[in-house]
Design a protein around this ligand. Structure first.
Ligand code: SF4
Ligand code: MG
Length: 319
């Protein structure tokens, strides 16, 4: 059957002015030709350094940004060019969970009102809204009585539970969770990740988890993608990518991550030189070649994301 989300050649460039008082307009190539499918019931983890385009990719798939190029299909339907009005009924089927859901919300609103607001917009009557919000508060590990409290009374982990309840109340099919636990204490992170994972099964969702923390992705993702400068360097089953990374960037990223794993004790640590280049003026050919310890002549030509093993794709001339 058709994947829930199918993205091909997805590209998002932003215009940015260099300097004050109207310098030149430059193109920030935030996302550059990404192919990706996500199935119902699947958790897909997206990793990469900050600024690599993960968040932009997630938001462009949700059509919170207009893509510059490429196509987005959701449940088989091409939504690449859908208008605001055409997208409105789809908005509730595709939700975004933020790092801190309350940074953009009114602290003077009660938790129950925050959770049920999407239903209010749909015109669901107050009694049903409240019943569903209370039920969902319990389901995400809070209490029905929390309905009347204000956000400031809650801890970071509890706030994220409230944010998750709000995103689930409209019964979406697809959730993009952008760094859902990176603002939380380590001791709370696993609880929230477990909650998302349980809810994914219970609600039959597809989940796109964006994280710079590799251990989060290893723990929860079925498949994963590694992004570098707006492109996917490697995509595969999460366990395969962790056990047998192919792309030199993936190897470097994993080798620097403090993941306790006895089977990997002998793996050499790869230190990458310098910062990632600017997405305004990325290297031609392989975008990783300015930092790649394995770069050779051929790397001035752009590699394609190709199948290395079944379901395991790598974008590198070594393969
Ligand atoms: Fe390194 Fe070349 Fe592979 Fe790019 S294509 S990752 S530069 S070896
Ligand atoms: Mg980001």
């Amino acid at each position: 059957s058709e994947p829930l989300v199918q993205v091909s050649g997805l590209t998002k460039h932003f215009e940015e002015r260099s300097g004050f008082f109207g310098g030149d307009v430059e193109q920030v190539q935030a996302v550059d030709g990404v192919d990706l499918t996500i199935e119902r019931g699947e958790t897909f983890g997206l990793v990469g350094e900050s600024g690599c385009g993960k968040s932009t990719l997630g938001r462009t798939i949700l059509r919170l940004y207009d893509p510059t190029d490429g196509t987005i299909r959701f449940k088989g339907r091409d939504i690449t060019d859908s208008s605001y009005d055409e997208l409105r009924p789809l908005r509730e089927e595709m939700q975004l969970v933020f790092q801190d859901p309350f940074s953009s919300l009114n602290p003077r609103r009660r938790v129950g009102e925050i959770v049920e607001e999407p239903l209010a917009i749909q015109g669901v009557d107050k009694r049903e809204r409240e019943e569903r919000a209370r039920k969902l508060l319990e389901r995400v590990g809070l209490q029905s009585e929390h309905y009347g409290r204000y956000p400031h009374a809650f801890s970071g982990g509890q706030r994220q539970r409230i944010g998750i309840a709000r995103s689930l109340i409209v019964e979406p099919d697809f959730i993009v969770a952008d760094e859902p636990v990176s603002a939380l204490d380590v001791s709370i992170q696993a609880q929230i990740i477990n909650l998302l994972d349980d809810l994914k099964d219970e609600f039959d969702l597809a989940l796109l988890i964006i994280a710079h923390d590799l251990s989060v992705v290893r723990y929860v993702a079925d498949r994963m993608g590694v992004m570098y400068l707006g492109e996917l360097a490697e995509v595969g089953p999460a366990e395969t990518v962790f056990q047998d990374p192919k792309h030199p960037y993936t190897k470097a990223l994993l080798s620097s991550a403090p993941i306790p794993d006895p089977t990997r004790r002998d793996r050499e640590r790869i230190i990458l030189e310098g910062e990632p280049p600017s997405p305004i003026d990325p290297p031609t050919g392989c975008k990783f070649r300015t930092r790649c310890p394995k770069a050779f002549e051929e790397c001035t030509a752009e590699p394609e994301l190709e199948e290395e093993d079944p379901d395991h794709h790598v974008s590198c001339h070594l393969y």
